[in-house]
Design a binder for this molecule. Structure first.
Ligand code: ADP
Ligand code: MG
Length: 728
């Protein structure tokens, strides 16, 4: 009997419920482990408090002497709340979070012992940059990097460690993390959007991007997950025959949450509350053992940090409940994969959501301005958006049944389509008083009702307008949201800058009134960006054809998609807005291309090992048993044995054929890997891994899965899909 698999199953079935300590009211503990406004007021003097608030709200610098005071207050608060250590907490380009703990504890020369945490330690630290991905920046410049405090995201306590969110940059200033470009993009969108807001409301002085992510994930018993080398090392199954029952009956979606899972969720959400992560919604997703979690939206930088933190918290709490969380975009073939929808909007300091229509025609014109400019930005940079969601793991999901295709398009619903159609007819130049009134009453004025009625929710669109925000649905479940957020902020910022210049020119040169100028520019944008709008079924083949006709990109693989990150247009976009220099853009491209190749390489090795060391030996063992049986029948029945042994003999041959194909596949795949490893540069290596190595995965898997169906269940060493997806 295959021991590990059956031991794991027994362990899973014997699980006892883990008790959860949940507060009666979440508001009682919300943000308890966060150095938030309330704790700051308690632990900082007036000047220090004001200084930190200024940094948060206006991006002003914090004076070094003030930093000393802040660090002392922060330390006192942290120690009171059980912290013994502190760390700079950052998001290097590995996709994981990084931390290195130091104790507050200090020993002075004279032997005195004290708890110390100075302003210097709060503001800056120097982790060794050479051990993190840097895309060649380290070779060209300095090996050293440093982390610097980001006061806009509050410090928090995780376990017994005070975590201080920081950026991570090279000594020469290049960003080595996700946060730095994100913060720069937030500055860009703030300045561009605030300028445009002034057309409508002079009181607007600040605009922030808002993000509400939705995190999908699978939850598998840890014993079962650990029993499979592929799940353990690659986070997805590289083989495994589909379960007879999968998601066909749609009986999991929004169903009753299983008790063990619910306990995990309650426990995890309690941790989230302590950390100030405003989680709100939880439910079963479409695939068996798949779930979703969504928070209340927040300012984008904070929301990005909270999503990264959440993923850490989920892993930790899951372990307590003997679960493993799978964040991979496609852990199981044949059932739905996981995404991370990014709901994005813009909000002003006056409390207005710029993608939500208002109560007056002027406010609706403001809504239309931001709405149309966003569509235009997506139109102009669709390939960059595709690039920003590209990864080896998301490739399995995009274009598969349940996920948006690799083609970027915008869905706005039929009602808003009608509004844009009307606006396309606006007169060129000055508008007559009648036309203005008509626009106000019948087009712009009707928008709030239109949106309320707009229940049409196209789930197949990668970028959909959903009433008061845009939802980028193509983001993968493992992704750091900073990447797509940086791009969205950047392209919309650039678009708004252009818009403002065009409107101002019409006002100045053509002597148009402000609203006339705005209508004129919007009309042109609507015309120019028409091809990005698509209201139909994004999953269908017809759309692929249509999109091609329209000239939209359809970059199906990561190596193809990533190229847009280093196109002249993208490099210029980031340079113009001071978000990333050319060197930074190129470094990121190189890191991602390399990561792609490494992921496929690792998967290829795992598949080779599992197929040769687990599958083939098991198949041979079973085949031997069949041979024994045939030999026995021959002994008893003499030459008549053939009639009785017929099926067994067919099986013996079939097994041999599958074994041969698997072996051949692995040998050829290994050769292809060698070729890819010796390619001239990282880009070519990635392309070869994609085009020459990866295709063997399906071929090898096919024969392994056939053997799974043939071989005695008791002998099969790998935990099966049925067991992974339905045991809890
Ligand atoms: P869905 O139907 O896709 O589940 P919901 O209406 O439940 O959508 O909202 C999904 C997410 O959108 C939530 O995480 C919510 O916080 C977020 N969201 C709502 N309004 C905004 C906004 N103005 N900006 C950013 N995110 C938002
Ligand atoms: Mg959604």
């Amino acid at each position: 009997m295959s021991t590990l698999r059956f031991q794991a199953l027994k362990e899973t079935l014997d699980r006892k419920e883990i008790a959860v300590n949940e507060p009666a009211r979440r508001s009682d503990i919300f943000g308890k482990n966060v150095f938030d406004k309330a704790s700051m007021r308690q632990h900082l003097n007036k000047d220090a408090y004001k200084s930190v608030q200024d940094a948060i709200n206006n991006g002003s610098k914090i004076d070094r002497s003030v930093a000393d005071h802040v660090s002392t207050g922060m330390k006192e608060w942290a120690i009171q709340n059980g912290a013994t250590h502190y760390t700079h907490w950052f998001q290097p380009l590995t996709g994981a979070t990084a931390e290195k703990h130091d104790a507050f504890f200090e020993l002075e020369m004279d032997g005195t012992v004290l708890e110390k945490f100075g302003g210097g330690q709060l503001v800056q630290q120097e982790p060794d940059a050479s051990s993190f991905p840097n895309g060649g920046i380290r070779n060209t410049f300095e090996a050293r990097g440093y982390t610097a405090w980001d006061p806009t995201s509050p410090a928090f306590i995780m376990g017994t460690t005070l975590c201080i969110p920081t950026v991570f940059v090279a000594y020469t200033g290049e960003a080595l993390d996700y946060k730095t470009p994100l913060l720069r993009s937030l500055q860009a969108i703030d300045s561009a959007a605030t300028d445009v807001c002034k057309y409508f409301d002079k009181n607007v002085t600040k605009t922030v991007a808002t993000l509400g992510w939705e995190q999908e994930y699978f939850l598998i018993d840890s014993a079962l997950a650990d029993s499979r080398p592929d799940l353990q090392l690659a986070g997805r199954t590289l083989l495994g025959h589909s379960s007879a029952k999968g998601q066909q009956l749609d009986d999991h979606y929004f169903g009753a949450i299983p008790t063990r899972v619910l306990n995990f969720m309650r426990d995890m959400e309690t941790e989230c509350m302590l950390l100030g992560i405003p989680v709100k919604t939880r439910h079963n997703e479409v695939a068996p053992n798949q779930f979703e979690l969504a928070p209340i939206f927040e300012e984008a930088n904070l929301a990005v940090d909270h999503n990264s933190l959440l993923m850490d918290v989920m892993r930790k709490v899951a372990a307590r409940h003997f679960f493993k969380v799978l964040f991979h975009e496609k852990p199981f073939a044949g059932v739905n994969g996981s995404g991370k929808h990014n709901n994005w909007s813009l909000a002003t300091n006056t409390g207005v959501n710029l993608l939500s229509p208002g109560s007056t025609p002027m406010k609706n014109l403001q809504f239309l301005t931001f709405f149309v400019n966003t569509i235009k930005a997506v139109h102009d940079h669709e390939e960059l958006i595709r690039a920003t969601i590209a990864s080896a793991s998301n490739d399995h999901r995009l274009g598969a049944n349940e996920a948006p295709p690799a083609i970027i398009s915008v869905f706005i619903g039929s009602q808003l389509t009608n509004v844009l159609d009307e606006l396309e007819k606006v007169t060129d130049g000055k508008l007559s008083p009648e036309e203005k009134t008509d626009l106000k009453l019948n087009v712009v004025g009707k928008i709030p009702e239109v949106i309320l009625d707009n229940t049409d929710r196209n789930r197949t669109s990668p970028f959909a307008f959903t009433g008061n925000k845009f939802e980028l649905r193509a983001v993968g479940s493992t992704a750091n949201c900073a990447n797509p957020m940086t791009v969205l902020n950047a392209i919309v910022a650039q678009q708004l800058i252009e818009f403002k210049a065009e409107v101002d020119a019409l006002i100045k040169d053509k002597k148009l009134k402000k609203d006339e100028a705005i209508f004129n520019v919007l009309r042109e944008y609507i015309k120019q960006s028409k091809k990005i709008r698509f209201e139909g079924d994004g999953y269908g083949e017809a759309w692929e054809k249509e999109a091609k006709k329209r000239g939209l990109s359809n970059n199906k693989t990561t190596p193809d998609a990533l190229k847009a990150k280093v196109s002249k247009k993208s490099i210029k976009l980031f340079e113009d807005l001071n978000i990333m220099s050319k060197i930074e853009s190129e470094a990121r491209y190189e890191i991602e291309v390399e990561e792609y190749a490494m992921r496929i390489q690792i998967e290829g090795r795992i598949l080779g090992d599992v197929a040769r060391n687990h599958v083939i030996p098991t198949a041979v063992k079973y085949q031997n048993r069949l041979i024994e049986n045939v030999v026995g029948l021959k002994e008893i029945y003499g030459k008549d044995f053939k009639k009785m042994a017929k099926e067994q003999m067919i099986l013996i041959e079939e097994i041999s054929e599958h074994i041969e194909k698997i072996n051949k596949g692995i040998t050829e795949m290994t050769d292809a890997r060698k070729k890819a490893n010796n390619a001239k540069d990282a880009e070519e290596t990635a392309a070869l891994y994609c085009d020459e190595v990866k295709p063997y995965f399906d071929e090898i898997r096919y024969h392994c899965d056939k053997l799974e169906l043939l071989v005695d269940d008791e002998m099969w060493p790998l935990t099966k899909y049925r067991e992974l997806l339905f045991t809890r």
